[in-house]
Write a protein that binds this ligand. Structure first.
Ligand code: ZN
Length: 244
């Protein structure tokens, strides 16, 4: 079976559509595993929720999903993120709100635990350092954990000697799932932050026990024009060009 691992769509319909097209071209998947933040930052929150719900999927909640429905205070957000989230809240239908309301913080699927930020702090913690990642290996039971939130594709590996190593998750090689415990981030669909502006997602193949990362070019200008149309913060518009 094949599963798509997607994170941080962030209301970027052009990026999400490009990813869905790519998944379809590759033969489709059994189910999509979404790691949260469907909304926030981008210009199409309602459309992205509606499109995601067309697919067989599971999703955890992200900090932007919770903030858009008033489950999390915007005081913790930077001013641009807060402004975009306030705007997103106004675009949601009652069904969208009910959908976001229903999302759990943690989902367990086969050998995987799915969270937005980290297993220790699913809503807020960014896993970008070896120190934090190492501590988090004690907060989930399964062999693998899938995280989003940082929008940076990477892999943390818990070593047999109790250490932890880090590597960027690159498109050039398949990640073979062996005996090691791993924390894996597939990067962000709608707002990549690793310096590559292309949408990022991964496919897990349960037969070959491999995960492969994909980077997909999409019409960034289309998303940026829609953001300008809706007076979303200019810095959020600009960062999409740079993937930062
Ligand atoms: Zn995010």
């Amino acid at each position: 079976m094949r599963y798509a691992i997607i994170a941080d769509i962030h209301a970027n319909l052009a990026a999400f559509t490009a990813v869905l097209d790519d998944i379809a071209r590759g033969g489709g998947v059994e189910e999509m595993w979404c790691l949260g933040d469907v909304v926030g930052y981008g210009p199409d929150p309602h459309q992205c929720i509606e499109l995601l719900r067309h697919y067989n999927h599971v999703s955890v909640a992200g900090n932007h999903d919770w903030a858009a429905i008033g489950k999390l205070s915007l005081s913790e957000f930077n001013p641009d993120a807060a402004a975009a989230c306030r705007w997103a809240a106004q675009q949601l239908s009652p069904e969208d709100v009910a959908y976001l309301e229903s999302l759990p913080l943690v989902i367990e699927k086969d050998d995987f635990t799915l969270v937005h930020g980290s297993p220790r702090e699913p809503i807020w913690e960014y896993l970008l350092s070896i120190g934090n990642a190492k501590q988090n290996f004690t907060y989930f039971q399964s062999q693998f954990c899938l995280v989003g939130h940082s929008h940076v594709p990477l892999v943390f590996r818990y070593t047999e000697t109790g250490g932890c190593s880090f590597s960027p998750f690159l498109t050039s090689s398949r990640l073979a799932l062996g005996k090691s415990r791993l924390i894996i981030n597939p990067g962000g669909v709608g707002q990549p932050r690793d310096g590559d502006p292309r949408a990022s997602y991964a496919i897990y193949d349960s037969q070959t026990r491999t995960i492969r990362l994909y980077r997909i070019a999409y019409d960034i200008n289309l998303t940026q024009n829609r953001m300008v149309e809706h007076n979303l913060p200019v810095r959020l518009v600009a960062r999409l060009s740079h993937g930062l």
